[in-house]
Design a binder for this molecule. Structure first.
Ligand SMILES: [Zn+2]
Length: 340
């Protein structure tokens, strides 16, 4: 087997629960973004439901949820809202659902904390550190404004989280739907991303940590400019290799459920290593960060994905700097990167 296999010929209809395994339901929620859907997972217990991820806090997603809650949950309440990580499409409606249904929020401490950090950053009036960071990587004033837009947009589509939560940890087990689930954390895409492995069904809810067709963004942000999240991501891929197998039914946050998780993970590792190798070769002469985009990204970089492109290019740069393969020289306040 060299390719992944999809478990279904086509996606579940939007906003319609579909049982993918006993007591485990797939909800493909429509989103008004370029990425037009997210897969949510609902686990049924005798008396209640647990939701894994929620969708963003936008009118369309709230309307979808109201339809599902009123007509498809068999009259049982939502008791637990589990979020894989803090990105708005995963956690945007968690606060709303918890409040409306007096449900408990389950999330890792790393994700809960970064959510609060993000909101505190929005309240800072002194932007000098952020400005210095973007100037050093060669961003223009106009491009810096898109960072502000990026985090402001983030906050707009996340409903405030509850004041209390239950912290999830790596290797912990949870009982949901009568099954035991092993929690498996991943780093790199977000600080402490939770995945859930059900050994009895050999089924893995992967969130954004393992997707069938796209690779999740791995970014360095202004608060931690020397971070090495690409190493974290590669380490997390290796952790996945030791956790799942090629028969495991992988339920991703985007795209279709599939088997061949090892094939997919190995491909992501090889592609990442190849990108980094290409970057190193490209930096035989000094390069500004934006000059590395052409070797790292196939898709066109526009104002919509620019901040993610800067973040991911810097993640590759930092990975090579930690390995001692790349040096940085500052000229007129702008960093130039060159292989050693
Ligand atoms: Zn994400």
């Amino acid at each position: 087997m060299s390719k992944i296999n999809y478990l279904v010929a086509q996606a579940a209809p939007l906003n319609q629960l579909q049982e993918i395994a006993p007591k485990i339901f797939w909800l493909r929620l429509a989103m008004p973004f370029a990425l037009d859907h997210i897969n949510l997972w609902l686990i049924e217990d005798d008396e209640f439901w647990t939701i894994v991820d929620t969708g963003p806090d936008v009118e369309q997603a709230r309307a979808s949820w109201l339809e599902v809650i009123n007509n498809q949950l068999k009259g049982k309440p939502i008791k637990q809202v589990l979020c894989t990580h803090f990105h708005p499409d995963h956690l945007g409606l968690a606060g709303w659902l918890c409040k409306e249904h007096e449900a408990e929020l389950l999330i890792s401490k790393g994700e809960y904390d970064i959510y609060h950090h993000l909101f505190s950053e929005l309240n800072h009036t002194d932007r000098s550190t952020i400005e210095a960071f973007y100037q050093s990587i060669g961003a223009s004033e106009k491009q810096l404004a898109s960072y502000e837009k990026h985090i402001t947009m983030f906050s707009k589509i996340i409903h405030p989280l509850p004041e209390q939560y239950t912290a999830l940890k790596d290797k912990q087990t949870l009982t949901l739907g009568g099954y035991e689930w092993l929690l498996v954390t991943g780093k790199g895409h977000s600080p402490e991303h939770i995945c859930l492995y059900n050994q009895e069904l050999d089924l893995f809810i992967s969130g954004d940590q393992l997707l069938p067709t796209i690779s999740s963004n791995v970014s360095v942000w202004p608060t931690d400019p020397l971070a090495n999240p690409m190493q974290d991501m590669l380490d997390s891929y290796h952790y996945l290799l030791a956790t799942i197998n090629d028969n495991t039914k992988v339920l991703p946050a985007h795209g279709l459920p599939f088997t061949g998780g090892l094939i997919r993970t190995n491909k992501l590792i090889v592609d990442t290593e190849q990108d980094i190798e290409n970057l190193l070769n490209h930096c035989h002469q000094p390069r500004k960060l934006a000059e590395t985009f052409s070797v790292l990204f196939k898709s066109e970089i526009t104002k919509h994905n620019l901040m993610l492109a800067y973040g991911e290019a810097l993640a590759c740069i930092n990975y090579l700097r930690v390995k001692g393969k790349l040096s940085v020289n500052e000229v007129d306040g702008v960093n130039y990167y060159q292989s050693i």
